[in-house]
Design a protein around this ligand. Sequence first.
Ligand code: PHE
Ligand code: FE
Length: 296
Amino acid sequence: MDPISIYADERTKNARDDFTIDQNWDQFTPEEHGTWDILYQRQMECLPGRACDEFINGLKALNLGRGGIPDYEIINKELMKLTGWQVVAVPCLVPDDVFFEHLANRRFPAGNFIRKRNQLDYIQEPDVFHDVFGHVPMLTDSVFADYMEAYGKGGMRALGFDRLKALAALYWYTVEFGLINTPKGMRIYGAGIVSSHNESIFSLEARSPNRIHFDLERVMRTDYCIDDFQQTYFVNASFEELFRATVETDFAPLYERLNPSSDFTPTAAIESDRVYTRGTQEYSRAGGRKRGIKAV
Ligand code: PHE
Ligand code: FE
């Protein structure tokens, strides 16, 4: 979240103090609604059997495939009934404290634009497809919904300890790129994965990345890469396990002993890790996205 690009951005001029804007659903063009449909169809071909049940059930409950970019007035009614969460429109990434404040109040800020047709696979800034298709279905699950609210509250606390980098790593490796080891097999729940066609396959099936059991302190000490597929995925046994390790754990002693910067690189495997798969890292070693390496 880069503050420079926020304040320099023309798009923020109609934003309220909390950075929200009206969704203005009517402003989306037929082509933009069509972009949603293309992305939706493509994910529906690859996510069954790969995404966790909580995600798939959430998609269905909110009917995110009714055609076109969802109208928040409609999906918010359903979401409110299920867990009390709401989606709010924002013009761009918002400052950390604003983001935390929204989450702490069960509001999920979603970028009010959609990627262009020539960027279906990769965009740098989260758009409505990533934010709504990727994040919102999991907010229908009561355990995950509580986790996200607690994360927002925890954000303020991390700022106070000056350990935001560590808390951001937790978000990255769970909310964005988390895997879950269900009785039916390893499944995806992270929004960054479910909203990406290639990473949905790469995260579960490629030989390249590490897959390591979630450990709170290990995760919070780990650096992460924001512009390519992950080199390591962390796996929880259940959302209850994640909840106990985070919501029911006081982070203050942890913040006291953590360094301001990360201790482990994104490719590291350390002695205490419970490793599901030790990755070859062949994808990132070959140069990854920058070099146009085929991942899957
Ligand atoms: N339990 C954390 C704390 O004491 C707050 C938190 C909850 C952080 C859930 C992240 C996720 O600060
Ligand atoms: Fe996201």
